[in-house]
Design a protein around this ligand. Structure first.
Ligand SMILES: [Zn+2]
Length: 190
């Protein structure tokens, strides 16, 4: 339940009126990622933590703390960003900006994919290169499963014409010349 007039909110669905300002509360969807603790003077009394008032007297310091759960934050990001293929990390939290999917078997293609990988890495991007013993279909699927938002596909067109393909998570594909690669990839990062 949340107050629209002030900052007050509570998990208790039976509370209908704001504790802070008296306005009526509204039910909203939320994800719990942390907690606030109202400690009062519990610890300042036991530690003798005091401050001097204007009139010279002493008071115990009122204390509070909050904690954000890192694993809860990750769970909340996933809850907000996923599709039927798995996690869809946004660029702020993704470990990789782009993955390179080798859609061709053979040494030449593999070497070219490494070159593309190195060039993108040198431009400052975090790049995952898939060149393990997997089928082409598995490489595409695993890139999605890991939550990477962009794929650069190195396939026949690259070997023949120097043309790469950029594929977004949503399945949109753009072909471009490898000369424009860094510009194209950077422009497509969300
Ligand atoms: Zn209020």
């Amino acid at each position: 339940m949340k107050c629209d007039s002030c900052e007050y909110g509570t998990k208790d669905l039976s509370v209908e009126v704001c504790n802070g300002c008296g306005a009526s509360l509204r039910q909203v969807d939320g994800i719990e990622i942390g907690h606030c603790f109202d400690l009062g003077t519990r610890y300042s009394e036991s530690m003798g933590l005091e401050f001097a008032r204007e009139d010279g007297g002493l008071d115990h310091v009122l204390m509070a703390s909050y904690g954000i759960g890192v694993s809860r934050v990750i769970a909340a990001v996933i809850e907000q960003n996923h599709d039927d293929r798995g996690i869809d990390w946004n660029s702020e939290v993704s470990a990789f900006d782009v993955s390179i999917v080798l859609a061709h078997h053979g040494h030449e293609a593999r070497n070219e994919a490494r070159r593309v990988h190195n060039e993108l890495e040198e431009s400052g991007l975090d790049v995952l290169l898939y060149d393990g013993q997997r089928s082409v279909g598995e490489r595409f699927a695993e890139s999605d499963l890991l939550g990477i938002g962009l794929k650069v596909v190195v396939g026949n067109n690259y070997l023949e014409d120097g043309e790469l393909e950029l594929e977004t998570r949503g399945g949109e594909k753009v072909a471009f010349s490898s000369r424009d690669m860094i510009e194209e990839v950077r422009g497509a990062i969300r």
